[in-house]
Every structure is written in structure tokens, then in C-alpha cells.
Ligand binder design. Structure first.
Ligand code: UD1
Length: 321
């Protein structure tokens, strides 16, 4: 298929582009390079420098011949979204409206969208399945939920078929080492551990060790980006059969901050200094997915999402730098 990957130079987008190219799809990347980077571009994929706020440029990119769009362009820092909601409203929501309008105007009716477990907010039960109530606790999560509602309306009114993929904690780097750009100014646990191991930070701050979890630190469901990329390919096949879906993508396994840190110390051979600080507001103790639907409906099976592979693939990417 001819696939336009919007946000294809970013962390997850570049892994998705790699997977599409591996399966011989014809890929064009549309990215403004604000968070994505040139190093993440592959020569086999055509590159269009453009912004999702530029409706005319989006229409032009789609007019070149596109069978499906993958939409991964968004701001994703939950904390920042509470301080600068306007930035998130315009980029994430207005940008997506532009994209949907351009797609429908040109007749592209297949879309795979990057959603997030942030749509659920504070979990009322774990594992969290898709029937769990959606009450986002940060504005970022609200933008993702709002977009899912838009997708449902565009499906009813314009015949759009979409797959909305609710990622849990994306982590790791391409296991074959083909994605070279590292995220700039990361705030997520694994890249912060990697930067500390590499000596770029003095210490890992553990945000609280008095949670009601086995070792007191936060438990999350980390999902390897190669596994996420694989789910995008399956979702593309699914929408191509004229169907829509919303699914969780998680490993269904919880890993604590301390367990991640200890595994990283072992695999990197580095001390990785750490200190316990106050809890981060809005962090639930445990967030783990039920991915039963992705398994049953898409036939998806995560292969790389164990702590060892997550850390080893990330450490290899940091060592290449
Ligand atoms: C966060 C966002 C989520 C977003 C996801 C991907 C919130 C509440 N959630 O998930 O909406 O989709 O990132 O961008 O912001 N931790 C530390 N020290 C650190 C960093 C993290 O102890 O320096 C702990 C956290 O308290 C948490 C775990 O590590 O228990 C994972 O944190 P993080 O990687 O930031 O992801 P989430 O907060 O789960």
C-alpha cells in the first residue's frame, strides 16, 4: 500500500516507517521535524517537510497518491500539557482536524491513529481493558480522547475507517539498531535511566517508593516500539478490510521503577545512581493493560517487551552515540 506516515521522523513513527518498508509498502513521511529528527529518515521513504497546521501542505502530500494514513504527529508530554494546554489543543486537535479534512476531501478513508492509555486517567481496576471508563487526568490524554471521538463522527458521516491504538508505555529501540535518532529532553523512565547510565545525568530520581506495590515504586506496562510497529501493520490490514477499532497495546506485564533500574544496572554494568524523591502528581501506583482485544482481533503478540530486551535495545542505541 501507499502509506503516508505523519510524524514519521519521531520516536515511534520512525519504527513504524521501518516496519512498513520491511513489508515493502511504499512510504512517504510527513513531519515538521520539531520533535522528530532527520537521522530517523530512511532513504527508501519519500520525505515531505510539513506541519499538520498547514492544511494546504497536508492536502498536497495526500494528493500525491495515498491509500492510507498513519497519524503519529502530536505533543505527548503529559506534564507540559497541564501548563500549556493551548499548545496541545492547537497542535494535537486542530492538526488532526486538518488531517481528517484533507484525507476525506481527497478520498483517503483508512487511518491508523496513535492514541494513548492516558485516555483512561486514574485506573479504577487493572488490567485496564477498553471498556474501562475514560476520564483523562491530564490535558494530553484529553486531546487523544477528543480525537477518538472525532474519528467516530468522521466514520459515521464520511465513511472513514480507523484504528485507534492506545499505547501503554512505549520503550526500547529497534532491536536491529536501524533507528538512530535519540529523543531529545526525554522525561520517561527508560530514557532517563539510559541518560543516567551514560553519565549525562547525575542521578535517577525515583518518584516515590511508598506506593501500594510490591517494592513501593510505580508499576507500568512497557511495550517495545518494535512490537508497537508490528501492531500498526496489523491495524493497517484491519482497516483495509473496511472496519474500525479501538485497542489497547500493552505487554500485560507490570514492571516497577526499581525492577527496571536493577535490570539496567545489571545489563549496562554501570552504577546508575538513584535517589527517592516525592511522588509526581497524577502518577497512579499501577497501570497495566489488558491487550486481549489486540491479541484476538489483530492476532498481535508482543515479542520484545521483556525488561531485558527493552533495556538492551535502548542501551545499544545510547552507546552508538
Ligand atoms: C507518561 C504519561 C502518559 C504518556 C506516556 C508517554 C503521565 C501521568 N503519563 O506515562 O500520558 O502517554 O508518558 O509519553 O504523565 N519515573 C520515575 N522517575 C523518572 C521518570 C519516571 O520514577 O525520572 C516513574 C514514574 O513515576 C512512573 C514510571 O516511572 O511510575 C513511568 O513513568 P513515565 O515513563 O514518565 O511514564 P508514565 O507517567 O507512565
Amino acid at each position: 500500500m501507499r502509506v503516508l506516515v505523519v510524524g514519521g521522523a519521531g520516536y515511534i513513527g520512525s519504527h513504524v516507517v521501518r516496519a512498513l518498508l520491511d513489508q515493502k509498502h511504499e512510504v512517504a513521511v510527513y513531519d515538521n521535524l520539531s520533535l522528530g529528527c532527520r537521522e530517523n529518515l530512511f532513504p527508501e521513504a519519500r520525505f515531505v517537510l510539513g506541519d499538520i497546521l498547514d492544511a494546504a501542505a497536508l492536502s498536497a502530500a495526500m494528493a500525491c497518491g495515498v491509500d492510507a494514513v498513519m497519524h503519529l504527529a502530536a505533543f505527548k508530554a503529559a506534564g507540559e500539557s497541564m501548563i500549556h494546554p493551548e499548545k496541545y489543543a492547537v497542535n494535537n486537535i486542530t492538526g488532526t482536524i486538518n488531517l481528517l479534512n484533507a484525507a476525506c476531501e481527497i478520498g483517503v478513508r483508512r487511518l491508523v491513529f496513535s492514541s494513548s492509555a492516558a485516555v483512561y486517567g486514574e485506573p479504577r481496576y487493572v488490567p485496564v481493558d477498553e471498556a474501562h471508563p475514560c476520564n483523562p487526568v491530564n490535558f494530553y490524554g484529553f486531546t487523544k480522547l477528543e480525537i477518538e471521538r472525532l474519528l467516530e463522527w468522521y466514520e459515521r458521516l464520511r465513511g472513514l475507517r480507523f484504528a485507534s491504538l492506545r499505547y501503554f508505555n512505549a520503550a526500547g529501540y529497534d532491536v536491529l539498531g536501524r533507528v538512530r535518532g535519540l529523543e531529545r529532553h526525554p522525561a520517561n523512565l527508560l530514557p532517563v535511566i539510559m541518560e543516567t547510565a551514560a553519565g549525562r545525568r547525575d542521578c535517577l530520581e525515583i518518584f516515590g517508593d511508598d506506593y501500594a506495590t510490591e517494592d513501593g515504586t510505580g508499576v507500568r506496562d512497557y511495550i517495545h516500539v518494535n512490537d508497537l510497529a508490528g501492531a500498526h501493520l496489523l491495524a493497517l490490514e484491519y482497516v483495509a478490510q473496511d472496519r474500525s477499532l479501538i485497542v489497547n497495546l500493552g505487554s500485560e506485564t507490570g514492571i516497577s521503577v526499581r525492577a527496571m533500574l536493577e535490570t539496567a544496572r545489571r545489563l549496562t554494568g554501570r552504577t546508575i545512581p538513584a535517589c527517592v524523591v516525592a511522588r509526581r502528581p497524577g502518577d497512579p501506583p499501577t497501570l497495566v493493560a489488558s491487550s486481549k482485544n489486540a491479541r484476538q482481533v489483530l492476532g498481535w503478540r508482543p515479542k520484545h517487551s521483556d525488561a531485558e530486551t527493552l533495556i538492551a535495545s535502548a542501551w545499544a542505541a545510547y552507546q552508538r552515540r
